[in-house]
Design a protein around this ligand. Structure first.
Ligand code: SF4
Ligand code: SF4
Length: 286
């Protein structure tokens, strides 16, 4: 069975990406929801999924010193290029890049590379389907790997349970975690706002996505705060052979729904009908 994986991304956080994802969820039958915004995984707040940890996530290995063995020769301090070891042989875990050079040069085996837990992967059930999500420990990196792990779990679950669609709340930006969010997916929804920086972000994200054989959908959030910039985004889309598929207005009813932790497309169905949202849903699942 072919799984229809749809990823929602944006050039930066705060453009309405997660709100749009939440609006889509109730209208896609047979769905697994994957929250890959691992730095700010807030999709489950709206879906209230009961979550259980299924896996710890380890990013880079880190050097650990066994002080009892150390003869303070200073070799490790000399070779560490990342300033993770001080002259008096204190190890600064946060600066360690896991290169293992210190472990190799230590003459007495006083250094060991150890797995470093940087996040957790969760699975939970919501009213609309299984949710897979993850959280990176604040300040930790390597979220691209964590994103890949979330998508893998979502795919496995979908396959094992004959579920047709995976909806991914992708990572914002254009970093490695975004590449991890879109690689191998079939469809990407790019959410942007009608500002100069919004257009610039869209251009960067589009440049990234267009390197892969992925069908692109564009959504302009709060399109009516600048019809001029909305026009420029439409022009950009046209010049690149794609189109703006949905324009969401700035409407207090949507804001209020989010404040009340309600899904806007359920609470304000009439408004969403009017803007062509349900037609858009049909387009992305066909
Ligand atoms: S593993 Fe590399 S970065 Fe970490 S302390 Fe050793 S030499 Fe420095
Ligand atoms: S290389 Fe090994 S023995 Fe020498 S200072 Fe570093 S930890 Fe201690």
């Amino acid at each position: 069975m072919n799984i229809n994986e749809i990823v929602v991304i944006s050039g930066k956080g705060g453009t309405g990406k997660t709100t749009l994802t939440s609006c889509l969820v109730p209208y896609i039958e047979s769905i697994v929801i994957a929250d890959c915004d691992v730095d700010a995984p807030d999709l489950d707040i709206l879906f209230n999924s009961k979550k259980e940890i299924i896996e710890n996530f380890s990013g880079l290995d880190r050097a650990q010193l066994n002080k009892d063995k150390c003869i303070t020769c200073g070799r490790c301090y000399e070779v560490c290029k990342f300033g993770a070891i001080t002259k008096d042989i204190e190890f600064k875990e946060i600066k360690c890049e896991g290169c293992s050079v210190c472990e190799v040069v230590c003459p007495v085996g006083a250094i060991e590379m150890v797995k470093n837990k940087t996040g957790e992967v969760y699975m939970g059930d919501s009213k609309y389907g299984r949710m897979i999500h993850a959280k990176l420990i604040p300040g930790e990196e390597a979220s691209g790997k964590l994103v890949a792990q979330v998508r893998q779990k979502a795919k496995k679950y979908a396959k094992e349970n004959s579920i047709r669609n995976i909806l991914v709340d992708g990572s914002p930006g254009i970093g490695c975690n975004v590449i991890s969010s879109i690689m191998g997916s079939k469809k990407v929804i790019m959410v942007c706002e009608p500002t100069y920086s919004g257009l610039h972000d869209l251009e960067r994200v589009y440049e990234l996505v267009s390197n892969y054989p992925i069908e692109v959908f564009i959504v302009i959030n709060k399109f009516d705060i600048s019809l001029e910039m909305t026009g420029k985004i439409e022009e950009f889309a046209k010049n690149n052979g794609v189109k703006v598929n949905l324009k969401v207005p700035f409407d207090k009813r949507i804001v209020n729904s989010i404040v009340e932790k309600k899904i806007p497309s359920l609470k304000e169905k009439e408004l969403f009908e009017k803007i062509g949202f349900f037609q858009f849903v049909k387009e992305i699942i066909k």
